[in-house]
Structure formats: structure tokens, C-alpha cells
Design a protein. Structure first.
Length: 518
């Protein structure tokens, strides 16, 4: 689960109590404020969903919550969004992240397609050497998740069954919280972008229709996370990434993005799917668009994540496209200008963008996974970068990364070594612990828990707030345990405990409990 710092609001407490709890006292009233003030009212997935329904349509900041009822088993991912007053969004996300069954919680950000249609003919698979591979080296046995606007599963070039008998386009699913399509199959595409991407990956070969994909033996797993207008929310994309991984995706294609830093829940999801081996197979390989902002444009996520293979776009002359975003995070380039592929109408059309270059690389990754199923994202990256062809200045550059991919060379070369960067310094170890038991003995609140501090004797701080009255005690913990008692009056009490780190003095929340004293 994504770790987030905890914060809370003490309802009815003076400004000092609110500041001690991590929030201003002048936040607006409403269901979100009530939930933050009483943590016990928001401690199950059902209560999270209830709060989402209660705030639907409210103004403010959407806080996206990814739920997982099955742990690492497939099929348990769902998503809701809670509308929060902006100044309470971070506190709400922190509280939600601690709920059992919540995979991640974070303010949701807008995400959109990265495409700019042009017109020409298909040249990409030939340019990268996909058409000269040995027979049978076509991605068969692998699954490529297209996390996008959906995929038209009825397109004639996407319906022929695969060599292994699987359907070319699986049913997939949709994560469009608040939309009627939420939870429905993903093999429909009211926009067309996802269908175009899917054809670049795996349009059927030698069926007398259109062109062929880079990996025509791979299965497409459509995960619809963008609306018919091509826009959506980062939380839905996070849910789609996690679901695709659990469903067995070898490669996850992300021809979408947003500007700025990678959202925290997105970063955690990418880290999870590219390192998790609990499925009994290698982690998913994530391939993402570098962006269409051109030279000087802002870097895009998820492409800028170090867990993704970020793809720039080239034109038919192997020049880096003018629209392709530059940056040190760019890994490789691939054809992305005037790319002919499948359209949702049933015919063929051309589009341009790093959105089109990305599935070229995703198809190449599927072929490399077929060739060696244990290959990780980093091993696929090393293979593609180590055999790429320079198309800009000699050596690595911000325009094309290592260069335009050459799949024929990548499959012919032995597995190249991964260049592992030095590990970052370990973060400082902070104090921590837990609030385990809170009991009421007439007019006394009794509590105990665990506390530790790697730098010495653990220090514990307890605050109780009710009816505008704030009580506070601070003491040394006894070894690994601690206990405290506070005399209180009638009312609704919120009692919280912190470990106070030494020597920084930073307070680490151990937990809060609501207690009714009559």
C-alpha cells in the first residue's frame, strides 16, 4: 500500500488542537470534515464508497481511491472518487490510505491522450525490423495491456484468433468512475485512440486486411480508463495498471499522460507492477509515451517515471519528430509520425504522436518477452537501448534516448547487461509504533501500545480533545511498550497518540480513537 503521512482534524477543538493534529481549524464543514474528525467513521471499503456517493457532484478536489478486495489475486481492483474541499484533500487521502482494503489514495489528476493525427502509409514495423524476424517470433503467448480509451474488439483485423487459440482482443474491463461504462468490458472504443494503438501492437498478419502489428501473435488486453472524449483521471489509470498486472499482462502500454511530477499513487503502482513476482512470472514491462510537447516542453508522466520505458517519436526519415518531448528520461525512439493502423469505424487511418511510437516499443517488448519470458522491464530496456540506432547526435541524447529501436538486432543479440545506477542513500529511520488498545473506565480513558526509537528511549505524546477542551501528556515509553490514562469529562472524545522522534522532534502519528463518555 502507498505510504502517506497521516493527518486529522479535531472537531470542535481550538486552533492549537487542530494544528497539533496537522490541519487548520478553519476548514469547511461537511461530510469530508466529519469523516476526518472521526476516523472510526471511515474504516472500511463500504464506508469509503458511502462517502464517495455522498460527495458526488460536490465542488472541490477529487480524491481517488483504489480498492482491492482480493489482495494480489486478479479481479479485486475497483476505484471511487471522493469530492473534498481542497484544503482537506491531503488529510483525507492520508486517512483513506490507512483503511484496510485500500490500495492507494491520492488527489486525482487529469490525464489525456498524446496524439496528433496526420496521414501517410504504414512503415513502422519494417523500419524497426519486425517484418524480418524468424517465423513464430511474433509475441505469441504474451499479453499486452492497452490502457487507453478501449479497443474495438469487432474490427476485422483484430478478430482473427491467435496461433495459440486465444482471442486476439480479450474482453478486458473499464475503470471510469462515475461513468455508466465503469466496470463494463474494455473491448469497445467510442473514441478510436485505443483501437489504433492496439492495431500497431497486434493487428493480424497475412489475413488479407490492412497491415500487421509489430507482435501479431500477442493478445491485447483492453483496459478502458479514458472517456469518449479522450480524457480521464489519474486514479482510474492507477487502477487499470494494477488490474492489468494482476490479470497477467506481460507488457502494459500507456499512450497517455499528464504534465509535471508523477502522482504518488501512480509512482507506487508502477513500482509494484514492475517488481512484483508473485504471479509466478516476471513482472510487467511498462512502456509509456514521452509526450508531445516538443523541445522545451514539460516532461510527462507516467513516461518520466524511472519504472517506465519512455518512448520518443521519429518520422519516415528517422528524424526525431518536432512534437516529441525532449528530456533525460527518454529511453528510446520509434516510428510515430503518420502511422497507419486500425480505426474504430472498421477501416484504417493514420495518426501521429508518441502515442503511436509507444505501442511499437510495446510490441517489441512482447517479442522480447516471448523470446525470454523472464525478462524484466530493465532487461527489456537494456536490450532495446543496447541495440538501438542513433538518429540524433552520436550517443545518448535527450531527443531519442539511446536511439530508434531495432527489434531485429535486439532479438539477435545475447541478453545485454543492465546498467544499474547506484542505490540512493537509505532514508533516516524515524520513531514509530502503534496505538493498540483504548478503553473507557468510567471517567478515565486508558490506552496502551508500542513505541520505538532507533536513537534511544521512545517518547510518546497523547492528546485528547472534546467540547473545545484539549488535554495533553508526554512521557517516555517503557522499552517497546507504553501506557497512559487521562481523566475526562462527558462528551465525544478524540484521543490520539504520537511517537516523538529523537533528536529531530518530529511527531509520528501512532493512531486515533473516538470515545463517547457519558
Amino acid at each position: 500500500m502507498l505510504a502517506l503521512s497521516a493527518a486529522l482534524v479535531l472537531a470542535g477543538a481550538p486552533s492549537g488542537a487542530a494544528a497539533a493534529a496537522g490541519l487548520p481549524a478553519d476548514g469547511p464543514d461537511g461530510p469530508v470534515a466529519d469523516a476526518i474528525a472521526d476516523p472510526s467513521s471511515l474504516d472500511s471499503p463500504a464506508e469509503v464508497r458511502d462517502l464517495a456517493r455522498e460527495t458526488r457532484g460536490d465542488p472541490g478536489t477529487p480524491v481517488g481511491v483504489v480498492l482491492d478486495r482480493n489482495g494480489e489475486e486478479p479481479g479485486g481492483i475497483s476505484v471511487v472518487r471522493i469530492q473534498s474541499p481542497p484544503q482537506q484533500a491531503d488529510a483525507l487521502a492520508a486517512q483513506l490510505a490507512a483503511v484496510a482494503g485500500v490500495e492507494s489514495a491520492a488527489p486525482a489528476e487529469r490525464v489525456q491522450l498524446l496524439a496528433d493525427p496526420l496521414s501517410s502509409s504504414q512503415y513502422g514495423p519494417t523500419r524497426i525490423g519486425a517484418t524480418t524476424l524468424p517465423a513464430g517470433l511474433d509475441g505469441r503467448g504474451t499479453t499486452v495491456a492497452v490502457v487507453d480509451t478501449g479497443v474495438s474488439g469487432t474490427h476485422a483485423d483484430l478478430t482473427p484468433p491467435l496461433p495459440d487459440g486465444r482471442p486476439r482482443v480479450a474482453a478486458g474491463t473499464s475503470f471510469l468512475y462515475g461513468d455508466a461504462a465503469n466496470g463494463t468490458p474494455g473491448n469497445v472504443d467510442p473514441h478510436g485512440h485505443g483501437t489504433h494503438v492496439a492495431g500497431i501492437v497486434a493487428a493480424a498478419r497475412d489475413n488479407g486486411l490492412g497491415g500487421a502489428g509489430v507482435a501479431p501473435g500477442a493478445q491485447i488486453l483492453p483496459v478502458r480508463v479514458l472517456s469518449a472524449t479522450g480524457s480521464g483521471w489519474s486514479t482510474d489509470v492507477v487502477a487499470g495498471i494494477l488490474w492489468a498486472h494482476q490479470a497477467g499482462a506481460d507488457v502494459i502500454n500507456l499512450s497517455l499522460g499528464g504534465p509535471g511530477n508523477v502522482p504518488g499513487d501512480m509512482a507506487a503502482a508502477l513500482d509494484r507492477v514492475t517488481t512484483d513476482t508473485s504471479r509466478g512470472k516476471a513482472p510487467s514491462v511498462v512502456v509509456a509515451a514521452a509526450g508531445n510537447s516538443g523541445a522545451g516542453g514539460e516532461a510527462n508522466w507516467p513516461g518520466r517515471s524511472p519504472r517506465a520505458i519512455a518512448v520518443a517519436a521519429t518520422d519516415p526519415a528517422d528524424n526525431v519528430a518536432g512534437f516529441s518531448t525532449r528530456g533525460s528520461y527518454v529511453s528510446v525512439a520509434a516510428p510515430g509520425v503518420s502511422i497507419l493502423s486500425t480505426c474504430r469505424s472498421g477501416g484504417y487511418c493514420t495518426m501521429s504522436g508518441t502515442s503511436m511510437a509507444t505501442p511499437m516499443v510495446a510490441g517489441a517488448a512482447a517479442v522480447l518477452r516471448q523470446q525470454q519470458p523472464s525478462r524484466t522491464t530493465e532487461q527489456v530496456r537494456a536490450q532495446l537501448e543496447g541495440t538501438a540506432r542513433d538518429v540524433s547526435v552520436p550517443g545518448r541524447d535527450v531527443d531519442s534516448g539511446a536511439g530508434r529501436i531495432d527489434l531485429a538486432a535486439a532479438t539477435a543479440a545475447p541478453q545485454l547487461a543492465v546498467n544499474t545506477p547506484p542505490a540512493p542513500p537509505a532514508p533516516a529511520v524515524m520513531a514509530g509504533g502503534s496505538l493498540d488498545v483504548v478503553l473507557l473506565d468510567r471517567r478515565r480513558i486508558l490506552m496502551n501500545g508500542r513505541a520505538f526509537d532507533p536513537d534511544g528511549v521512545p517518547r510518546v505524546k497523547v492528546i485528547d480533545a472534546a467540547n473545545g477542551v484539549l488535554s495533553s501528556i508526554e512521557f517516555n515509553g517503557d522499552g517497546a511498550g507504553w501506557g497512559a490514562a487521562i481523566d475526562v469529562g462527558p462528551g465525544n472524545h478524540l484521543t490520539c497518540a504520537w511517537a516523538v522522534d529523537q533528536p529531530t522532534g518530529q511527531q509520528v502519528l501512532l493512531g486515533c480513537r473516538g470515545v463517547l463518555v457519558k
